[in-house]
Design a protein around this ligand. Structure first.
Ligand code: HEC
Length: 165
């Protein structure tokens, strides 16, 4: 009895060893042949000399376009003359109904001391923005900043005595 058992065991062990060995052999088979390192053409990208051609052509201070009194006159007739009058005498058709009366842009003594920035504000944001009559309506919604500057240039041309910047 024990002899048969011993034989069986040894056979089993032998078989196991054989299988193991076989398995191992197979596993270590065919080591992938080392691929020849594909030589990437490591060409050092020719260092371009970065053309920093920052031309010094920046327009000297894009300080807006110069105010154009002629263009301002056209807008003045459309947006201002109804109250201020066509020549800034404060005698437009709507003026009668107003109190206080529209400023007389032809009155240099009144207008000349007023700064451009102040006029710009009154015109763009309306009389109320500087504590004046709200009947002096804001035109910022209708005229661009440049157009307003044009109108100011025109107003300046109406002043008597003449406006001197
Ligand atoms: C609906 C009438 C009306 C229109 C249109 C009008 N204004 Fe006036 N404006 C007035 C009145 C009224 C005053 C006087 C406000 C006050 O004295 O309180 C005035 C005052 C002014 C003043 C003087 C502000 C000051 O400090 O005394 C300026 C400058 C002026 N207007 C410019 C303009 C210009 C430029 C336009 C056109 C873009 C214009 N106004 C359109 C009624 C008007």
């Amino acid at each position: 009895m024990s002899a048969i058992l011993r034989f069986t065991l040894s056979t089993a062990v032998a078989t196991a060893l054989a299988l193991f060995a076989f398995g191992c052999g197979e596993q270590s088979e065919a080591p992938a042949p080392p691929k020849p390192a594909k030589e990437a053409p490591a060409q050092p990208a020719a260092k371009a000399p970065a053309p920093v051609e920052k031309a010094d052509t920046a327009p000297a201070e894009s300080e807006a376009v110069e105010a154009d009194p002629a263009a301002g006159k056209a807008d003045y007739q459309i947006f201002c003359a109804s109250c201020h009058g066509p020549t800034g005498d404060g005698d437009g058709p709507v003026a009668q109904a107003l109190d206080p009366k529209p400023a007389r842009h032809s009155d240099g003594n009144f207008m000349n001391p007023l700064e451009d920035d102040y006029l710009f504000k009154v015109i763009k944001f309306g009389g109320a923005s500087v504590g004046k009559s709200p009947m002096m309506a804001p035109v910022g919604g209708s005229l661009s900043d440049q157009q307003i500057r044009n109108v100011i240039a025109f107003i300046r041309s109406l002043a008597n005595p003449p406006y001197q910047p």
